[in-house]
Structure formats: structure tokens, C-alpha cells
Design a protein around this ligand. Structure first.
Ligand code: PMP
Length: 400
């Protein structure tokens, strides 16, 4: 499509494209490459958000794009549900098995983060024969009914009740409440670093105690690494920080290098439960789309080859040093997953708006409105970080 008639496109944006944000940024982006987005006037924006933690290898990474083109020339879609052996799916599943612990050796590909969590919850019920699920207060696991049922954010849930019965919530880092996990609990679902709650990092001892309690009660531990996966925190997966392996891992966002794909991953023994009673225990028409799988494989290969994940800590430290400003109430961070907390939501809006004018994109959190998020592509350079931090500091200065 040519973007000649931008006025017409904008009319469609406001008249025909359903909106859920009352205040969309409204940028008209016509091209993206690396850490930059370009609008129709040619203005360049430094992306500190990565399309919400998606473009970890940068926008339109050439190897991802060429894998997409090569697969598009072969086939776009075949019979789903694993009926036909498809090379892009097989190769991707094999690659995931090589970068994950042995107990996470079987992957089922889906279309999004929320679907990965829906399917993980179903697998936990099927594998344990139980139906109760324990989740964390303040968590976010997706916008469909099952994932919302285990999302601990009342504002997001209130209008959509009733939910799936059997969900209860415990406080992060509260060891006593681990007692609420018992022999009736099918699964505990947790983000190893809580993203949309504003980057909340659990104590290592808590995650270890959680693993132990799940083992004692025969409960499956689900780690939702939809936001933390693929290098964002300085490790390929955040669970590596805690030396704890989940029973089920869910991934999406940065998995596809910009293409829509998610997965739930577990042991082959657990996954085989989905082949019987009932057969086809989870199905999806588009999940594991071969073009998305080819993109995801190229994306992982880029992440394994480039030094970006190793450099995440160094780059994260640079942000922390440069954002030591009196207007910052709290700076929460692990690697390149950051929350900059200010005195109010109004201040956050002013900073995001002012950054936009300066050609820098920062953004809100879903559930932590007095902080703005920074989650740049992992390929961001130190010079780009310095430029970004100068702009942020100017915006913070102007709050006085
Ligand atoms: N889990 C986590 C931790 C997330 O951050 C998100 C998205 N913000 C989701 C699940 C839902 O993913 P999706 O939007 O792809 O459904």
C-alpha cells in the first residue's frame, strides 16, 4: 500500500478503526528501522518502547524480514493442529528446546500472549485434574476471559464479570500466603518480573519458596514471560535470574521479532495430555503460522549471535545513572525493563507528550499510571541512550 493519501487514512483511523484508548498518541508512522520510527514528514522518533516490548532486535531486522519473505514464497498457511509437518514450526520448536532447560522441551505455538496463558491454564487443569488457580495481586496476564480471571487488577476486570471460577490472589513476596497454595491448586501463574504493574521484582527467596510450595502440593508453576522473554531483563528468560524452572512457560511479544506469535512450553509428558480426553485439547487455526515461525527462528538466531543480551546490564546502568533526577520518585529496573515513577499521572502525561515533541517515544503502563515505561530495542546504542536521557531530563526539568 502506498501512504499517499494520509488525510484519508487518518479519517479511517478516527471513523472506522475501533479505538480503546481515549487519548491515542495519533502518530502517523510510515516506516520503521532499528531503533527509529519515521512519520510522513520524515520526522524521526527514537523508540524507547519497542512496540510494547516486542521489537527487541529493532524494527524490521533484515534477517527477520528476509526469513518472512523467503517463507512467504513457499507457503503461507496449511492445515493446522499439527496435522501436517511444517519445517518452520519444527525448526522453531527444536531451537526453543536448545535454549530452554530439558523439562521445557515441547512447544505449542499460538497467536498471542493471552492465548498462550489461556492454553497454559487449560494444560494445568488437564495435567492435574484440578481446577483452582492462584495468581498474584496486581498482575496482568491478558485481555480474554481466562487470562483476565487470573489478572489481579480490579479496574480492568470490574465491567466484565463473571469470570472463570476458582481463581484467588496472593501478594507478591508474602511467604505466609504461600500456604494458600494447596492440594486443590492446579496452577500458580506469575510474571517473574511484573511488567504492567510497573516493573516489580520479586525476591529470589520468594520465587524459590514458591517453587518449593508448588512441588510439595503437586501444583504446576506457570511463568508468564510474555513481557520478560528474549533478553529484555539481561537473560534470555527472566527465570534464569532466580535459578528456578517453571513447569509451563508462556511467551509472545518479542518472540516473533515483530510478527504475531506466542507459545506455551512444557514437558513432552505434560503436553501429551492434550492429545486425549479430549483429543485436540487445544486448537487454533492460525497458531504456528509458518511465516511467523520463520520470523521467530530468525529472531532467536539474531539474539543468540549478537552481543545485545550480554550488553543489556551495561545499557540499563547507563539509563539509571543518567536518570538520577530530583523529579524521579522511584526508578525500578531490571536490565532494559524500566519504570520511572513520578509524583503524579499528570506529570507522566506531560513527560510523554514532551518526549514526543523531541522525537522520543516513551509510554504509560497499564496498571501503574504514575510511572512511565522504558523498554527500548536491545540494539539501542549508548549514544542513543544518552540522547534519550538528555531529552527525558529536559522534560523532567520542565515539570518544576
Ligand atoms: N502477559 C503479560 C505479562 C503481558 O505483559 C501481556 C501484554 N502486555 C500479556 C500477557 C498479553 O499479551 P497479548 O497482548 O499478546 O495478548
Amino acid at each position: 500500500m502506498e501512504y499517499q493519501d494520509i488525510a484519508q487514512i487518518n479519517m479511517s483511523f478516527s471513523s472506522h478503526l475501533a479505538q480503546t484508548s481515549p487519548y491515542p498518541l495519533g502518530l502517523e508512522i510510515v516506516e520503521a528501522e532499528g531503533c527509529y520510527l519515521y512519520d510522513k514528514s520524515g520526522k524521526r522518533y527514537l523508540d524507547l518502547i519497542s512496540g510494547l516490548a516486542v521489537s527487541n532486535v529493532g524494527h524490521c531486522h533484515p534477517e527477520v524480514v528476509s526469513a518472512i519473505k523467503a517463507q512467504a514464497d513457499r507457503f503461507l498457511h496449511l492445515i493446522p493442529y499439527g496435522e501436517i509437518s511444517q519445517a518452520p514450526q519444527n525448526l522453531l520448536a527444536e531451537k526453543l528446546a536448545t535454549i530452554l532447560p530439558h523439562s521445557l522441551n515441547s512447544s505449542y505455538f499460538v497467536n498471542s500472549g493471552t492465548e498462550a496463558n489461556e492454553a497454559a491454564l487449560k494444560l494445568a487443569k488437564r495435567a492435574t485434574g484440578r481446577h483452582e488457580v492462584v495468581a498474584i495481586k496486581g498482575s496482568y496476564h491478558g485481555a480474554t476471559h481466562g487470562s483476565l480471571s487470573v489478572t489481579g487488577n480490579e479496574t480492568k476486570k470490574r465491567a466484565f464479570r463473571p469470570f472463570v471460577p476458582g481463581s484467588s490472589f496472593i501478594e507478591l513476596n508474602n511467604l505466609e500466603q504461600l500456604e494458600l497454595i494447596n492440594e486443590r491448586t492446579a496452577a500458580v501463574i506469575i510474571e517473574p518480573i511484573m511488567g504492567d504493574a510497573g516493573v516489580r521484582i520479586p525476591d529470589e527467596s520468594y520465587i524459590k519458596a514458591l517453587r518449593k510450595r508448588c512441588d510439595e502440593t503437586g501444583t504446576l508453576l506457570i511463568f508468564d514471560e510474555i513481557q520478560t522473554g528474549f533478553g529484555r531483563t539481561g537473560k534470555m528468560f527472566a527465570f534464569e535470574h532466580f535459578n528456578v524452572v517453571p513447569d509451563i512457560l508462556t511467551i509472545a511479544k518479542a518472540f516473533g521479532g515483530g510478527m504475531p506469535i506466542g507459545a506455551f512450553v512444557s514437558s513432552i509428558e505434560n503436553m501429551s495430555q492434550l492429545t486425549h480426553s479430549p483429543m485436540l485439547g487445544h486448537i487454533t487455526t492460525f497458531g504456528g503460522n509458518p511465516v511467523c515461525c520463520a520470523a521467530a527462528l530468525a529472531n532467536i538466531n539474531v539474539l543468540l549471535r549478537e552481543p545485545w543480551i550480554e550488553d543489556v546490564d551495561k545499557k540499563g546502568k547507563r539509563f539509571k545513572e543518567r536518570l538520577d533526577h530530583k523529579a524521579v520518585v522511584e526508578f525500578r529496573q531490571i536490565g532494559l525493563m524500566m519504570a520511572v515513577e513520578l509524583a503524579s499521572e499528570a506529570q507522566v502525561s506531560r513527560v510523554i507528550q514532551s518526549l514526543l515533541e523531541k522525537g522520543v517515544i516513551g509510554f504509560y503502563f497499564l496498571s501503574c499510571r504514575n510511572a512511565f515505561r522504558l523498554a527500548p530495542p536491545l540494539c539501542i546504542t549508548l549514544d542513543q541512550i544518552d540522547f534519550a536521557c538528555d531529552c527525558i531530563a529536559e522534560a523532567l526539568d520542565a515539570l518544576d
